[in-house]
Each structure stands twice: as structure tokens, then as C-alpha cells.
Design a protein. Structure first.
Length: 427
């Protein structure tokens, strides 16, 4: 396999920049620059030279094969982060035989191929790199640490056990094998259904934590929606005016509320008798509001209603609280009630995020749904008296294959090992 190299830190000027190498010639390539190599996993300062010229002083760190992120022989050069130094080192590495620049994501791909990470961990790592808020960081770190993979390993072991029981009734009917395996088979399938369904039910919340929650601000024209949005965002994101109907389209502002990514939506004022362009804005406002996770109804007076029906987690507040100063009102102009409003928003977001599980991608959710479908089919067949155990075994194998889309694999040897260990076959 080729030895690859790339800048592992952000591009541009920095105090320190890191160039990473991975592959069979990683240490040899570093030796061409340093002359002598430090001990593995012991950072050491070295002077980098090439063709008699000093390039830089760098902190050099080596990793042995099987003890690195990629699972291969690897190295890191911690350089002074000027563009000139980085460009020179990259150019020198490119001149060495059997070295080439890494492709996008290739270090992580090698970690996957070498069994250092499973596919779910790879996706967790991608989310960890992209995390903007504390909640996103925590969720991504749980997946990257292997929490989902650990669960899948347990589920797969239970599937192997179930498959072994069913296969035993097919292949070893004349041997010393218990005949009535159905109670245990049904019990394991039900346990797996419960576990997988619980994880699947948390996928929607996990995806919202990952992508961010949407909060739509609704109200009549000139009730203070845009002013409130600007106050929450801490900048003039929306145009404010005393003229009703100033906001014609949906304005989005991304912000962090209590560690959660939240997109605030400032919408067109809801009213009758608007002109044609304003009607389009109102139509868009209603559509986005219905899709939002939470709606903030900014009222002119208590009991006011709109075309969008409120949901249990929605918030109702009186606008222009600077004129009333009553509890339950807010003012973007003076900041009155802002702290109360942020507390209300955070409590609702936390409730929606609480069920979040470890399925953070639609691909993962689809694989889990498919596994559940096969388990449902297997259970129906079992309840019919296991007339065709071959079909039950096929359903269980298919369920296992769907879990294989997340991590690992199961093969015939695993199945036979379980059978021989459990039923003393082949004695």
C-alpha cells in the first residue's frame, strides 16, 4: 500500500501545523528529513534538512504499525505553521519514492479498512469534527467512542445464538439437540425487537441534535418579531421598521442556545388583506412554521389565534414587552423577558433532545428499520409453529446482514461455533 501524507491541521498561517504520514515508508520518509529517528511514541525535537539546507525545526512523533490511528506505520511532523514551511515540507515529501498526497478522508478510510474504527465510528468522527455546540460534541463523541458498535456486537451475538438454535433443528435433527427451541428463539427475537426499536425511536432526536433545531417566530405584522430576532442573535440580522409587512421572506439565524444548535426563523407577519408579494411571504411563513420543531407565537393580545395551530411545546408570549412589563411578555428593544424566553426555549429543546440515541444518520436508521422488518417476519413464522425453519433462519441472517451495515460481520464459522459449543455436536 502506498505511503500517504497530508496537512492534518487547518490551512493558512498558524503557530503550529501538523503534517501526517501513514504507510509502510512513513518512518523512512521522516528519516530522510531528520537523519535520526526518535523512539516510537516519544515526541522529540528534530532539525529538518533536505539536500544540505535547513528547512525547519519540528516536533517529530512516530507510531508503530498496529498502534496508530490508521493501524499502519505512521508519523507526524509538528512544524512552525507558516505557509512557506508547509509548502516546502509537502514538496519534499512528494519527491520521495512511493509517497503520494492523501485523498480526501483517506486516513480515516484506512483506519476503517484496518479494523481500527467501525463505520459508525467513522461517521461519529465526521460529526465530531463538524460539531459547533456542546450537545453536538457530546453526541458525536459517544458514537466515535464506539458506543453504537458495542451495542451492535451484543445484538449480533444474540442473533447468532438465535440462528444457531434454528439451524440446529434443520441440520442436526437426529443428533443430541433439544427439539423444542421455540421458547428461547421467540424470547430472544422479542428482546432484540425491543432493543432495536428503542434505539430507532431515538434517531429523530439524535438527528435534530446533529442538524440543529428550528424555532419559528410567528405573529402579526409590526409586533416586534424582527427586533426580537436581532436581540436574540446579538446583531442586526433582520430589517426592522415601523412599517407593517417589512419582512417578506423567511430570515434564518443560526445560534447556540444552552449548548444546542438552533436556527431562528423570522417570518412574514400574518394578516389578511396583504398584497400579492406579501401573501407569498405569509404562505412561506406558514409552511416553515408547520415544519419547525418549536413555534414562538408573539401576540398583540392574549387569546390571539393564527392560521398555524399551536403544539404542546410551542411558546406564547406578548410582544413589545417594553410597553407592558408584564410576565410572559418580551421586548427585543429593551431586552425585557429575553432571559425568561431563552429559558423556556432551552427547556423545550432539552425535552425534545432527551430521547436521542446513537443513530445519527439516515443510513443507520434505514439499516435498523430493515433489521426490525426481518425480525418481525421471523417472529410471525415462529408463531406459526416453525413449519419452515429454513425461512426463519434466512430472516435472521438477513437481519444480521442489515446490522453489518453498521459494524462487523457474521459468517458460517461463527454460527457453527455457537452450535458446537451449545449442543456438544460432533463429540
Amino acid at each position: 500500500m502506498d505511503t500517504i501524507f497530508a496537512l492534518a491541521s487547518a490551512r493558512g498561517k498558524a503557530g503550529v501545523s501538523v503534517v501526517r504520514l501513514s504507510g509502510p515508508n512513513a518512518h523512512f520518509a521522516v528519516a530522510q528529513l531528520t537523519g535520526t529517528l526518535p523512539a516510537v511514541r516519544q515526541a522529540s525535537l528534530r532539525t529538518l534538512t533536505w539536500q544540505g539546507a535547513v528547512i525547519d525545526q519540528a516536533l517529530v512523533l512516530l507510531f508503530a504499525a498496529g498502534k496508530s490511528f490508521t493501524g499502519e506505520q505512521s508519523a507526524e511532523l509538528h512544524l512552525h505553521g507558516s505557509r512557506a514551511v508547509i509548502a516546502k515540507v509537502i514538496d519534499i515529501l512528494g519527491q520521495q519514492p512511493d509517497l503520494r498526497p492523501a485523498e480526501a478522508g483517506e486516513f480515516t478510510r484506512r483506519a476503517l479498512e484496518n479494523g481500527c474504527l467501525d463505520l459508525a465510528q467513522v461517521e461519529g468522527l465526521a460529526d465530531l469534527i463538524e460539531a459547533e455546540t456542546e450537545a453536538q460534541r457530546k453526541q458525536a463523541l459517544r458514537v466515535f467512542s464506539g458506543a453504537l458498535g458495542a451495542k451492535v456486537v451484543v445484538w449480533r451475538q444474540r442473533l447468532i445464538r438465535t440462528g444457531a438454535l434454528v439451524e440446529a433443528t434443520i441440520d442436526f435433527a437426529d443428533e443430541d439437540v433439544p427439539i423444542d427451541v421455540m421458547p428461547e428463539v421467540i424470547e430472544i427475537i422479542r428482546e432484540l425487537q425491543t432493543a432495536l426499536l428503542a434505539e430507532l425511536n431515538g434517531s429523530a432526536a439524535a438527528e435534530r441534535v446533529r442538524d440543529g433545531f428550528e424555532v419559528a417566530i410567528l405573529g402579526a405584522p409590526n409586533v416586534g418579531k424582527s427586533t426580537l430576532l436581532n436581540a436574540l442573535a446579538g446583531r442586526d440580522a433582520a430589517i426592522t421598521s415601523e412599517i407593517a409587512g417589512t419582512t417578506r421572506d423567511v430570515i434564518e439565524v443560526r445560534m447556540d442556545i444552552g449548548g444546542y444548535a438552533v436556527t431562528l426563523l423570522d417570518t412574514a407577519g400574518l394578516r389578511e388583506g396583504a398584497d400579492q408579494i406579501e401573501k407569498i411571504g405569509i404562505s412561506r411563513a406558514i409552511e416553515r412554521a408547520r415544519q419547525a420543531d418549536i413555534r414562538l407565537f408573539l401576540l398583540q393580545e392574549a387569546g390571539e389565534t393564527f392560521a398555524v395551530a399551536p403544539q404542546p411545546d410551542d411558546i406564547r408570549a406578548l410582544g413589545k414587552g417594553d410597553l407592558t412589563d408584564v410576565p410572559g411578555s418580551v421586548s427585543g428593544k429593551t431586552g425585557f423577558g429575553i432571559e425568561w424566553l431563552l429559558g423556556e426555549l432551552l427547556s423545550r429543546i432539552e425535552r425534545k433532545a432527551a430521547p436521542a440515541g446513537l443513530l445519527i444518520r439516515e443510513r443507520q436508521s434505514n439499516a435498523m428499520k430493515s433489521a426490525l422488518d426481518y425480525l418481525d417476519s421471523a417472529l410471525v413464522r415462529c408463531r406459526n409453529g416453525l413449519v419452515l425453519p429454513e425461512l426463519v433462519a434466512a430472516d435472521l441472517r438477513s437481519a444480521t446482514q442489515k446490522l453489518d451495515l453498521l459494524v462487523g460481520k457474521v459468517d458460517t464459522e461463527n454460527l457453527l461455533d455457537e452450535i458446537f459449543a451449545s449442543f456438544c455436536i460432533g463429540k
